[in-house]
Design a protein around this ligand. Structure first.
Ligand SMILES: [Mg+2]
Length: 254
């Protein structure tokens, strides 16, 4: 989970850049947490408290209304009974990491990934992308070798994870189907966690979400360096830090 949060914070200052510079500082005064972090911690909180995804997401968003949400999502979040709005956006996979860490089985991960997605992002491509990210984290954490997981993703979800096709620089793609393959490929190509985040941010475009997903998956492969985890936590507000603490305590107990 800290991998998703740190990726979001590190990627935040390059959102919309066509070509972020190589060798950039990971942390910079312009770094901040964005919607990816708020929503990821909301999903974690809902699972741990066995609470409703929609009301938990709304509560977190309303406490952090200026985190860079999409227009449709913020309208949904501030309306108490708004239905899902057919979105195929990357909001569903960007917030799903906790499912991969907290689910015990692939069936449970699929069900939770779909449920957290469907409250707002109920398009099949959004649900599939969320299931792919959660399932990837689950099987990596259970010890399946990364090389096998990569082939399994392509077979199961049809995502092309070859670097020559998935790692295309430039453009701003906020679709779930356009975001998850490059983010996963960055995580699989990287030599360590930091490299995964650098590769994904180097693609430009929706850098905070690319790095959030790449960072979440790379955490399951490599772990997150302690100093990066510490620096990322410093960017959170007290309530978000507490949500992260509860998640980490739960993981330790498990
Ligand atoms: Mg964001």
């Amino acid at each position: 989970m800290i991998g998703a949060v740190a990726g979001d914070i590190i990627g935040s200052r390059f959102e919309g850049h066509p070509e972020p510079p190589a060798g950039f500082d990971l942390f910079h005064p312009h770094c901040r947490f964005t919607d990816d972090t708020v929503c990821s911690l909301a999903v974690a909180d809902a699972i741990m408290r066995r609470a409703d995804f929609a009301s938990t997401l709304r509560a977190f968003v309303r406490r952090h209304p200026d985190a860079g949400y999409g227009g449709m999502f913020i309208n949904w979040a501030f309306a108490d009974d708004a239905p899902a709005y057919g979105s195929w956006g990357n909001g569903a996979p960007m917030r799903v990491a906790a499912v991969g860490w907290l689910a015990a089985t692939k069936a449970e991960a699929d069900a939770l990934a779909a449920a957290q997605s469907a409250v707002s992002h109920d398009h099949p491509e959004a649900i599939k992308a969320a299931q792919a990210v959660a399932g990837t984290i689950l099987v990596l954490r259970q010890g399946k070798p990364a090389r096998e997981v990569r082939a399994w993703i392509t077979e199961t979800y049809g995502y092309d994870l070859r670097p020559e096709t998935a790692l295309k620089r430039g453009g701003f793609d906020v679709s779930a189907a356009g975001t998850v393959p490059p983010a996963l490929t960055a995580a699989f190509e990287a030599k360590d966690w930091e490299d995964a985040v650098r590769i994904s941010i180097g693609l430009g475009g929706d850098t905070d979400t690319l790095a959030c997903i790449a960072g979440a998956v790379a955490e399951a492969i490599h772990g997150v360096p302690h100093d990066i985890a510490i620096r990322a936590r410093e960017h959170l507000t007290e309530d978000l830090r507490q949500a992260l603490d509860r998640f980490e305590q739960r993981r330790t107990v498990d």
